[in-house]
Design a protein around this ligand. Sequence first.
Ligand SMILES: Cc1cc2nc3c(=O)[nH]c(=O)nc-3n(C[C@H](O)[C@H](O)[C@H](O)COP(=O)(O)OP(=O)(O)OC[C@H]3O[C@@H](n4cnc5c(N)ncnc54)[C@H](O)[C@@H]3O)c2cc1C
Length: 391
Amino acid sequence: MLFDNTQRAYHLKTDRELYKAYYLFRLISNSTLVTVGSWFAQLSLKLRLPVAPLFKATVFSQFCAGLNKEESLELVNKLESYKINSYLHFAAEESKTEEGMDISLANTLETLSFSKESSSLPFTVFKATALGPMSLFKKKGDKIDFTNSEEETWKRVLNRIDTCCENAKKMGVNLLIDAEESWFQDAIDEIAESLMEKYNKETPFVYTTLQMYRKDRLEYLKNLHENATKKGFKIGVKLVRGAYIEKENSRALQLGISSPICESKLMTDLNFNAGLDFILKNLEDCSLFLGSHNEQSVKRVIDWMVENKIEKDHPHVWFSQLLGMADHISFNLASEGYSVVKYLPYGPVSEVIPYLIRRAEENTSVSGQTPRELSLIEKELKRRKATVSSS
Ligand SMILES: Cc1cc2nc3c(=O)[nH]c(=O)nc-3n(C[C@H](O)[C@H](O)[C@H](O)COP(=O)(O)OP(=O)(O)OC[C@H]3O[C@@H](n4cnc5c(N)ncnc54)[C@H](O)[C@@H]3O)c2cc1C
């Protein structure tokens, strides 16, 4: 099986790094430890305790590319030598003041400028609510009229977003828009659609993100495609299952409304597959950016490509995994000639701690993923030991 080659998957990791990854995944597979660890991390951030070296040596080195541009580009170049592309994201969470949002824009533009120094950075990304007040995204989605001053603030949000697009377009770098909680997503969808209409006339350059754990997303995708066909633009879709399941379900429960999320993992998987199939059948005017660590999902696309004689590096099919996760998929796919893009967050340790907490929590809550990581690392450690003892 393509994904079982652990030698390829962990080529970049020394024995020491591999042991470290093993113990780290062991730790984060324990939900009590993760809860206590997250609490401690948040507290140490508040109290400004000097815990950065501890994080740097553990979770940071597994899930982040580096502290700055130089360290991150070093990893980008290493990955490039294994035919893996990257997309970088300055993972700090700025304050939601106008100044904080301008800083977020400046960080996004700076990260984008790194693409000048590498040919393996074909994508950039932004999170819409980093560039505008969450309250306005919610209000817009609820179709509540803005006050005059909110109108002015919203214009600045749209300007920041358009500046990202203009700059990415100038540099020939594709642009991904992350998907967020459903109560912000209607406004984000509206923005993403207008950007695709404006920028995707020739090729899918702007990519929206669809979370297929949402019951309504397949219908949304079909309508989006119909609309795009009528108006003459291409669609780019980052297809994911969705990261905010607990938040979504508990909010729905609190408000006494029906949850927007599928009732079971099986329903999410069926919805996800239907979304995948729809995009693949419309590959002429849709581009797929598959953000998943699920081997079956990746295999479904590969099988379809083989069956339909689609070239491995078709410009409308991309596979993506997060740094520090599912290397068995990324490295093995890339070595077979498929287009792989690794998501590389970077930034000062204290600023990326919220991202690291989410990574640890997700690895604890997503059943199946951490055991798979652990068993693959174990397999590789055994293989290395056997190689040493036989030589
Ligand atoms: C490159 C990349 C980019 C990403 N960008 C985004 C983004 O912009 N926005 C975002 O929200 N997420 C994003 N994610 C995270 C993604 O949505 C998933 O949370 C994560 O990838 C795990 O899903 P999977 O397909 O890899 O694995 P799997 O293990 O097959 O799926 C786990 C997922 O299934 C769903 N699920 C689990 N249990 C249930 C249940 N009981 N009922 C219903 N559904 C269930 C959840 O979505 C869960 O995350 C991204 C992931 C990657 C790799």
